[in-house]
Unconditional design. Structure first.
Length: 108
């Protein structure tokens, strides 16, 4: 156990920051700010006609995608408009920054 790690009821909480393809998360996570910061929402498998959680519409700036998952993001509601697929995470979504209104999450 590292010096910053915290024991918790038989589990080890890892205090190191998450990286784009970190396997310490079980499902994809979207973040309101770049570099995996700000409000976030964990995504389970399925279609999201609207951005879930506290992140908000047109507010996603980074995404964490663990191995074995694919997240397709859409510029419009109801899985419409311009889209892009992510099978790895990204600390900055560049051309899709603050433009995502719906998502589709799949295991691959």
């Amino acid at each position: 156990m590292g010096s910053g790690d915290i024991p918790f009821f038989g589990y080890q909480l890892i205090s190191a920051p998450l990286q784009a393809n970190d396997n310490r998360v079980a499902a994809p996570v979207v973040f309101q700010d770049a570099d995996f910061k700000g409000a976030s929402a964990v995504l389970q498998e399925g279609s999201y006609n609207r951005v879930p959680g506290d992140v908000g519409d047109n507010a996603i700036s980074s995404i964490k995608v663990p191995l074995g998952w694919k997240v397709t993001v859409f510029a419009d509601y109801d899985l419409k408009g311009a889209s892009r697929e992510y099978t790895t995470g990204s600390g900055w979504l560049a051309d899709f920054n603050d433009t995502i209104s719906s998502l589709k999450v799949e295991r691959i």
